[in-house]
Design a protein around this ligand. Structure first.
Ligand code: PEP
Ligand code: MG
Length: 908
């Protein structure tokens, strides 16, 4: 390899910079940056990620020049640190750490104290006069190295509990017990010397090899193991969850060891330059005297508070660094200020105090909660540290989401094991008692209980129960299945398609991984991750932050895309307006037949559906009309001044045919027919594939009177509201169109009714638009022809995804998780728009549509309209608006603003 493979840092200078994360990994780049800022970092060097790529491409070997480059860098370290690697009287010890471009905390391996061996131990003891410290460091090296290098990197798989690390840990525990030592720190030098001898024998016995006694062998073993850990199990699954590409690779940083475990004037700690939970501008951290870094993060000892600001109930009695080591603290606080000013962000830092001298071991941009992200962005803007564009990029859409829903306490969740996993359909957390029917959900809620509705799947009759429940869990269904759509619309926590669940309605039990849960048992859902837990985990209150509004105003000042909402009731419309929706992009009229107050219209709809001929159907429609009109009129009224896209009926007919005997009897009676005759009519409605059957525009073509009734309701409502001084902008939208001819057919009906209503009200025109959904691939392909009859397009990417992939949107729970696991799909295409495939159709349809009608208004109303990466795509293809469920409106507003900034090349 011709390029530079190794970058040195130390002694107040560095070959790399903080900008070189791709090559040096986050850790290496930031160490270089700190060295350049003259912040005290122990000298070291970073082997680039390009070497990692080489290592995997060339059968786990290294470039031929690497050894020489490492040697040169090592010599540089030796001269800065005044000690020599492998030298007997004055040995230098090093740490070997991983570092990828974006931080993957705890996912890869680290080896500390490399270089300790039989020839360097006596020298270090003589030099420090502290044999306890030396043997403690050596036992740590053996524990880490045997685990990371000799077992994991060697690909040795062992049964749980039999790992070498566990075995050595047990020996350490036994030794403490036998000697009556309360903690690791109480073990004496003699104890530890004995322990390391036993450790080495154990390593030989278990792994069949001697523990390496040559510092160079240790060093290269460590380097190889860190590269190998890039493809370790933990790292792989973390990358999959976080969407980090496999090709990035990790860098390896080798750094001179400094010791926090040398005695009472030594210490180690972790800190954040601002509070990562609340965002408060206060130095926040934890430390331990006489310890190495891993002790703080591993949670073996309760760490001490860094300062007064960090004190809490658990650590109040422990001394702060501020009090115990005031000089080191003052220096650290100065570094905190310098880092804050330099990075203009909240940094997560690791430090060590060795014999009273402070060293910085790491700094990186700190992870934070949604609340903290928001507060910090607004604070830093007010402090003049960052411009508004930067502030808008500082809060991720996912963090915003977190602010809008209660969540499961992450600390409690860390210690809990999920009993099932499903698709994260409705974000946030919920816990409650299990019920198995919608009726029970309503009933129990009325009695003041919090319930989780557990169903095999849901149907329209469950809606009331879904509304009442705190959360919803189904064994079947995909992200756009009914339960998911409805739950998301309400901002309700929901998990669907949890394939491992067995729901037994008769026994009222649900079984997951052998756990049998009964009605009334407590269960917790994390709808953001799709995890199900037995029992109730504590929740965190995502209180509305007053700065939220301020922050959103900043985002609004940047975005170009408009953001509308998918709302089906006047209440949802009002809520979405409060969240900043600028109109309704999808009003699904059939939703008036679900839920509260739906009995009467549902009955009439059923009557209409099973009518035998047109006159009977017209009679039923006439009865239905007042309900439809009221729904439309109320919604138009709530959205006064804003556009409302009203979609013509697109009902899954079979779902509306009653299945209960009592309801069938009532319906038969109303139609003057027998239950048997009704059953025959219902059979006629049966379709083999209802998703591609008699729905959408096809219904309007075959039963024009249905379209006429709805359009009349729209125009009458608009005319009446206009007369009252309201400003209404209805947009009539036809679903499931595949051909321009279908749209023309419906347009004729719309114009006819428009003329009639105008005449009745004595007006020339009722303001409106006529347009179509683009949700059938053929519509996208012939968009230029379709635009001839449409004033707007709205992409129904739920159906478009279904029909482009040929994946049934209601059945993806059965195979999509495995596709994701096997990496056949990068993301669930029903959640994140498939830009590569479905996206081509969208882009093409926008272009073709606008070529025929330049002023064509274009939006999206599929579920993707509230998903950040899809919103960015919609921005790029030049859409006018996105439309999403009310709770996702703020997320879409932010994503739309961030899309503008990224397009301008402003990166976070
Ligand atoms: C769609 O298909 O994307 C859409 C919005 O319509 P529905 O989900 O009601 O089929
Ligand atoms: Mg659709």
């Amino acid at each position: 390899m011709a390029e530079k493979l190794v970058y040195f840092f130390g002694g107040g200078k560095a070959e790399g910079t903080g900008k070189m994360k791709e090559l040096l990994g986050g850790k290496g780049a930031n160490l270089a940056e700190m060295a350049n800022l003259d912040i005290p970092v122990p000298a070291g060097f970073t082997i680039t990620t390009a070497v990692c790529t080489y290592y995997y491409e060339k059968g786990r070997t290294f470039p031929s020049t690497l050894e020489k480059d490492v040697q040169t860098a090592l010599e540089g370290m030796e001269s800065v640190m005044g000690a020599k690697f492998g030298d007997s009287p004055n040995p230098l010890l090093v740490s070997v750490r991983s570092g990828s471009r974006s931080s993957m905390p705890g996912m890869m391996e680290t080896v500390l104290n490399v270089g300790l061996c039989s020839s360097t131990i006596p020298g270090l003891i003589a030099q420090t006069g502290n044999s306890r410290f030396v043997f403690d460091s050596y036992r740590r090296l053996i524990m880490m190295y045997s685990d990371v290098v000799m077992e994991k990197a060697a690909g040795i798989e062992v049964a749980e509990g039999k790992e070498i690390r566990q075995q050595l840990d047990r020996m350490l525990g036994e030794m403490k017990k036998a000697r009556g030592r309360a903690s690791d720190a109480d073990l004496t030098a003699d104890d530890l010397q004995e322990l390391v001898a036993a450790f080495k024998a154990k390593v030989k016995e278990v792994l069949g090899k001697d523990f390496p006694d040559d510092p160079r062998e240790q060093l290269w073993g460590g380097i190889g193991a860190v590269f190998a850990s890039w493809n370790g199990k933990r790292a792989l699954s973390y990358r999959r969850i976080e969407g980090i590409p496999d090709e990035w690779g990790t860098a390896v940083t080798v750094q001179a060891m400094v010791f926090g475990n040398k005695g009472d004037t030594s210490a180690t700690g972790v800190a954040f330059t601002r509070n990562p939970a609340t965002g408060e501008n206060k130095f926040y951290g934890e430390w331990l005297p006489n310890a190495q870094g891993e002790d703080v993060v591993a949670g073996i000892r309760t760490p001490n508070p860094l300062n007064e600001d960090t004190q809490n109930e658990q650590n109040r009695h422990l001394p702060s660094l501020q009090k115990a080591m005031p000089e080191a603290y003052i220096q650290l606080d100065g570094i905190r200020t310098a880092l804050g000013r330099h990075y203009k962000d909240m940094m997560d830092i690791e430090f060590t105090v060795q014999d009273g001298r402070l060293w910085m071991l790491q700094c990186r941009v700190g992870k934070r909660t949604g609340t903290a992200a928001l507060n910090m962005a607004m604070d830093m803007l007010a402090e003049g540290l960052i411009p508004k564009e930067e502030a808008v990029l500082r809060v991720s859409p996912a963090q915003l989401d977190e602010l809008l829903h209660p969540i499961v306490d992450p600390n409690a969740e860390k210690n809990a094991r999920p009993i099932a996993r499903g698709l994260p359909a409705g974000p946030g957390g919920a816990c409650g008692q299990i019920v198995f029917t919608a009726g029970d959900a309503v009933e129990w809620t009325k009695r003041g209980k919090k319930v989780i509705l557990v169903r095999e799947e849901t149907n329209p009759e469950d809606v009331e129960g879904m509304r009442a429940a705190a959360g919803i869990l189904t064994a079947r269904g995909g992200m756009t299945s009914h339960a998911a759509l409805v739950a998301r619309g309400w901002g309700k926590c929901c998990i669907v398609g949890a394939g491992g669940l067995e729901v037994d309605l008769h026994r009222k039990t649900v079984t997951a991984e052998g756990n049998v849960l009964r009605e009334g048992d407590a269960i917790t859902l994390n709808g953001t991750r799709g995890h199900v837990y037995s029992g109730s985990l504590p929740m965190m209150d995502a209180t509305q932050n007053p700065r939220f509004v301020e922050f959103m105003a900043l985002a609004d000042s940047i975005r170009r895309l408009r953001v509308r909402t998918n709302a089906d009731t006047p209440e949802d419309a009002a809520k979405a307006r409060a969240f900043g929706a600028e109109g309704i992009g999808l009003f699904r009229t059939e939703h008036m037949f679900y839920g509260k107050g739906s009995e009467a219209p549902l009955f009439l709809l059923r009557k209409m559906i099973v009518s035998k001929d047109e006159p009977e159907r017209r009679a039923a429609l006439l009865e239905l009309y007042p309900f439809v009109k009221k729904d439309i009129k109320d919604t138009l009224s709530v959205m006064d001044g804003l556009p409302v896209t009203i979609r013509l009926l697109d009902p899954p007919l079979h779902e509306f045919v009653p299945s209960g005997q009592e309801e069938r009897e009532k319906l038969a009676k109303a139609l003057g027919i027998t239950v048997e005759q009704l059953a025959l009519r219902a059979d006629d409605l049966h379709e083999s594939n209802p998703m591609m059957g008699h729905r959408g525009v096809r219904l309007g073509v075959t039963f024009p009177e249905i379209t006429e009734m709805q359009v009349r309701a729209v125009f009458e409502s608009a005319a009446e509201l206009t007369a009252l001084g309201k400003k209404v902008f209805p947009e009539i939208m036809v679903p499931v169109v595949g051909m321009a001819s279908e749209l023309v057919n419906q347009r004729v009906l719309v114009e006819k009714v428009h003329g009639e209503v105008c005449a009745k009200h004595g007006v020339r025109r009722i303001e409106h638009l006529f347009g179509t959904m683009i949700e059938v691939p053929r519509a996208a392909l012939t968009a230029d022809l379709i635009a001839g009859a449409a004033e707007f397009f709205s992409f129904g990417t739920n159906d478009l995804t279904q029909m482009t992939f040929g994946f049934s949107r209601d059945d993806t729970g059965t195979f999509v998780p495995e596709y994701l696991e096997k990496k056949l799909l990068p993301r669930d295409p029903f959640q994140v728009l498939d830009q590569e495939g479905v996206g081509q159709l969208v882009r093409m349809a926008v272009e073709r549509g606008r070529s025929a009608r330049p002023k064509l208004k274009v939006g999206i109303c599929g579920e993707h309209g509230g998903e950040p990466s899809s919103v960015e795509f919609c921005h790029r293809v030049g859409m006018d608006y996105v439309s999403c469920s009310p709770y996702r409106v703020p997320i879409a507003r932010l994503a739309a603003a961030q899309a503008v900034l990224r397009e301008k090349g402003i990166r976070d």
